[in-house]
Design a protein around this ligand. Structure first.
Ligand code: B3K
Ligand code: ZN
Length: 873
């Protein structure tokens, strides 16, 4: 047990900052052993602060204070503890000069200033700036920054910070300096600097008003041919934000830097975005289509933050979804516009339903605007990001695109340069549209996924169809009772020929029902026959929908629903029903109708291939677990596998034909059409190897050998890894490593395909990977692709009935907590769901959590996750 219990921080305790800092002048002296940081702060008392705080208290952690002067006079009586610096009785306005010493080369937490493969870089969100120098490190303190970086000219020829370069020069001792100035006031979490031996790739973008913006990407020399895609994505994002939101870029330079050791995907620092290499570097030879898609959306996401996050920022960290939910919504809209909107929606909802719903149903469940936290690093969650984005999407649905745009224009105009709340956002949307979103605000306040129970009745004599809808929401930690949500439910009705039926007098065939009460019933008149309802089209709200469709109705919707998302979803529901009734012992064989549905998909060449690839995928094991109480993972995995192999065996010929039809000899292009063809061909190939098909094996070996791009090569590797062909698999894995051992991003893929595969011998293999020379305990990507992927994807081995998978994860978490608590707390996530599983699994998961909690040195991060997971519910 930790010696002292870390304290919770509450939204209700928010107070305006007692002091403001208008200007920050920073000077970094970078050396190998240490870095000296000189900071001059222009401080003044906040006229709007509640109460008259006499003392100035600045945040600071792991800093060595060298000197401290106030208006030129040394401060003798400052009180320094492990988290702060207190100076008593300060004047109303003053300059504070602080010199601190830090050791970036020893920083394994990767927060603040640290070193990654020979370069210096920063990560300040949420509270990393206080590891660089003493500061009021909270987002509602916004300042203008001037940053001078001094370093060895040869080792660190490139010196970057936010804003525009304003000065540079040579210095004594082979050193040089570059000075940057950022004219836009910003919170400290958006501060960034980089120093390294990097190559620069340039491009430019002309804004709508005719300003030319320099686009620069900085990477290690070996990666210089992997920048094109990110730069192209950036330009698309800049263009799109002008067209769809009327947002222009504001500085003269926009920079992107790729860093190998990074705790998350990327960071939107003003004018100087820093990316995890795996989320920005790509070439056809080294990156799969999935990586290309990920890069396009993350580059856009970080760029969009320039307005939703940087120009208008968060008042406090409880408001995190103000910038994250809105920006995810924006990047989802962007991705939809760049490719197929339906496919984008399917992928997104699939993830939301599997992972965010799980979070909302577990011990860490929290509202989109949380009420308390111990460590804010634990609240960069799927709820804040993804559910937050769904909440913004619902506002968009309720207001319609035009009103929504008026609302967003007003929001950006009114709050530019300010730090605001989610409530400010909603109020602006209300003001612009005249709509009352009072009840809607509950989406920000109440945790948990609402459930809609739908039943219907058809009165054949009167021709009246009645839909009855009841909403409820389960209890979540500290929220036993929920009030009804305001839920937009997009729906339609189909007749028996598949024609959409008019729902009102004007003849609309689609409607958005607005549910606000616990119970509603809707009547549809003048119907000749009982219609088939198509509900929650395009997933119009993040809810669980419970309606008893028959398998025949689902089959019907798979081919007739005009809503592409619901066509896919009907297929998923059908497969779930088949798998679940086999699991429960009600069915012994796979329903022929499922096989027929897949046969239609494979033979109809008029269908969108990206859709077919999605529809061919059975619901994932993780989602099936989510739908089951007391989940028996082995049984779920085996049943799903049985359905998959039965379908693949029955459709062997069709799968071979699909694979053949979707080959191309053209050079790689990242176009929606080519991506779809590759994805479909690879899906077919993996189903063939899964069933041990000899022709499939030969195709996979051949594709692996001759693949002109990484998508095909990795598709073949993955097909062999998840197959009974051990000899071919081992040969391919070995060859792949030999070919790509010098490319960390490809090696990460190589790790992930093994640790995530149930075919690879589970834990034994994962332990071997930890011993592999390419594994690096300091690199989050390696940790995630071996340990994280094992726990998240290799479910059958992670949930080994003897508890070995859990104990393994517990050991790794404990080891990592000392060096990188954020990563350790993230890895603990699968254990938090222990209540979901069959009794025996549950007990062993719980005991691993208990052992972790007993650790005396537990970080705040891990303490919060583990202790909340064990709390009674
Ligand atoms: N804002 C960053 C995430 C920071 C996470 C800090 N633990 C990236 C993003 O959401 O765009
Ligand atoms: Zn973000």
């Amino acid at each position: 047990m930790r010696a002292s219990q870390p304290q919770s921080i509450y939204l209700k305790d928010y107070r305006k900052p007692p002091f403001l800092i208008d200007h920050v002048d920073l000077r970094f002296e970078l050396f190998e052993e240490q870095t000296r940081v000189h900071s001059r702060l222009q401080v003044r008392r906040n006229p709007e602060a509640d109460g008259a705080e006499r003392d100035l208290v600045l945040h600071g952690e792991d800093l060595e204070l060298e000197t401290l002067t106030l208006d030129g006079r040394p401060v003798e009586d400052a009180v320094v503890d492990s988290e702060s610096l207190r100076i008593s009785n300060v004047p109303d306005q003053f300059n504070l000069d602080v010199v601190t010493c830090i050791r970036p080369q020893e920083n394994t937490r990767l927060e603040g200033l640290y070193k990654s493969s020979g370069m210096f870089c920063t990560q300040c969100e949420a509270e990393g700036f206080r590891r660089i120098t003493y500061f009021l490190d909270r987002p509602d303190v916004m300042a203008c920054y001037r940053t001078r970086i001094e370093a060895d000219s040869e080792q660190y020829p490139v010196l970057l910070a936010n804003g525009n370069p304003v000065d540079h020069g040579e210095m004594e001792g082979g050193r040089h300096q570059v000075t940057w100035e950022d004219p836009f006031p910003k919170p400290s979490y958006l501060f960034a600097m980089v120093a390294g031996d990097l190559v620069e790739k340039r491009d430019e973008f002309t804004t709508g008003s005719g300003r030319v913006v320099d686009l620069r990407m900085y990477v290690e020399p070996r990666n210089s041919d992997k920048c094109e895609h990110a730069l192209a994505s950036l330009k698309k994002a800049m263009q799109w934000d002008e067209e769809v939101y009327g947002r222009e870029y504001d500085l003269d330079i926009f920079m992107i830097v790729a860093v190998d050791d990074f705790n998350m995907g990327a960071m939107e620092n003003k004018g100087l975005n820093i990316f995890n290499s795996s989320c920005v570097l790509a070439s056809p030879e080294t990156a799969t289509d999935a990586a290309y898609e990920r890069i396009e959306s993350i580059v856009a996401h970080e760029y969009f933050h320039n307005w939703s996050g940087n120009r208008v920022t968060c008042r406090d960290w409880f408001q995190l979804s103000l910038k994250e939910g809105f920006t995810v919504f924006r990047d989802n809209q962007f991705s939809a516009d760049m490719g197929s909107p339906t496919v984008q929606r399917i992928d997104h909802v699939n993830m939301l339903r599997t992972a965010q719903f799980a979070e909302d149903d577990g011990p860490m469940a929290h509202p989109v605007r949380p009420e308390s936290y111990i460590e804010i690093g634990n609240f960069y969650t799927l709820t804040v990001y993804e559910k937050g984005a769904e909440v913004v999407r619902m506002i968009h649905t309720l207001l319609g695109p035009d009103m929504f745009r008026e609302g967003s224009d007003l929001y950006f105009a009114r709050f530019d340069g300010r730090a605001v709340t989610t409530d400010d956002f909603v109020a602006t949307m209300e003001e612009a549209s005249g709509r009352d979103l009072g009840q809607f605000r509950r989406w920000y306040e109440q945790a948990g996924t609402p459930v809609l129970h739908v039943s219907d009745h058809f009165d054949a004599e009167k021709g009246v169809y009645t839909l009855s809808i009841e909403q409820s929401c389960p209890a979540t930690p500290r929220q036993p009772h929920k009030a009804p949500f305001h839920i937009p439910l997009r729906m339609g009705l189909l007749d028996s020929t598949g024609e959409p039926l008019p729902l009102d007098d004007i003849g609309n065939t689609e409607q958005v029902l607005e549910l606000t009460e616990s119970r509603h019933s809707y009547r549809f008149k003048d119907l000749k026959e009982r219609p088939v309802p198509s509900l929650l089209r395009n997933f119009s709200a993040p809810v669980k929908l419970d309606y008893a469709w028959s398998r025949d109705q689902l089959m019907f919707l798979v081919s007739h629903d005009p809503d592409g998302f619901n066509r896919w979803d009907a297929g998923q529901k059908l497969a779930i029903d088949v798998i679940q009734s086999m699991l429960e012992g009600n069915d012994t064989e796979v329903d022929e109708r499922l096989i027929e549905a897949y046969r239609n998909l494979l033979t109809d060449t008029s269908l969108d291939r990206a859709m077919v690839a999605r529809m061919l995928a059975l619901p994932g094991t993780a989602y099936l677990i989510e739908l089951t109480r007391d989940a028996d993972v082995q049984a779920i995995h085996e049943t799903r596998q049985r359905v998959q192999t039965t379908v693949a065996n029955a459709l062997r010929e069709e799968l071979l034909a699909v694979h053949m039809r979707n080959q191309s000899s053209e050079p790689y292009a990242f176009s929606a059409e080519r991506v779809a063809a590759r994805s479909l061909a690879n899906s077919a190939l993996s189903l063939l190897t899964l069933i041990g098909d000899e022709a499939g094996k030969d195709l996979a070996v051949e594709q692996f050998r001759d693949a002109p791009n990484m998508t095909n090569r990795f598709g073949a590797l993955s097909a062999l890894v998840n197959s009974p062909f051990e000899k071919e698999r081992d040969r391919a894995l070995e060859q792949f490593y030999v070919d790509w051992q010098d490319d960390p991003q490809v090696v990460e893929q190589w790790f992930a395909v093994q640790s995530g595969s149930p075919w690879m011998g589970g834990l034994k293999r994962v332990r071997e990977l930890l011993e592999h020379p390419a594994f690096d305990w300091k690199n989050p990507n390696k940790i995630r692709t071996v340990i994280g992927v094992f726990a998240a994807r290799n479910l059958v081995h992670f949930h080994e009935p003897d508890g070995s998978g859990y104990r393994f994860l517990g050991e790794q978490i404990q080891r990592l907590d000392a060096s990188n608590p954020q990563i350790a707390a993230g890895l603990a996530q699968p254990l938090t769901r222990w209540r979901r599983y069959a009794p025996r699994l549950r007990e062993s998961m719980k005991s691993v959590l208990e052992e972790l909690l007993a650790e005396p040195q537990l970080s705040k991060d891990l303490f919060e996750v583990v202790s909340k997971s064990l709390q009674e519910q």
